[in-house]
Write a protein that binds this ligand. Sequence first.
Ligand code: ZN
Length: 155
Amino acid sequence: MKLNLSEEEKVAPCGMNCSLCIAYIFNKHDFNKMGFHKKYCPGCIARGKNCTFALGNKCNLIATGKIRFCYECDKFPCESLTRLDKRYKNKYHLSMIDNLNYIKENGIEQFMKKENQKWQCKTCNELICCHNGLCLNCHIDILKTNKKYSWNKNN
Ligand SMILES: [Zn+2]
């Protein structure tokens, strides 16, 4: 299993930046050794599955690796991607469709530069997890106390 991914390999076909995903961050830090029971994932591309989540089951082009990014598809943005995008916009403060449009216009390198700035923890420089809004390197204890913690919902 590949652990040192290039910036390009960190971005899934749907436009998700895998390095913000809780399963990616847990894998990277091996946090289950602290008593969690979460899924580990090295990233959609690193797994060799092209897409780990919803879209791969519904889209043959992604599942077979015929396209690298959803924007290459005639149906972009399709209904599945739009649904995923809406959920991530509401819950996780990011838009796959915006990401893909940005990548199409500016390239992956520029995109990752922007992402690393947007999500970087000011204390330790690791990336904030989009699934809970925490830098898990600094604040894994918050997740330990409240396993369902998400983006300061109680505040
Ligand atoms: Zn931090």
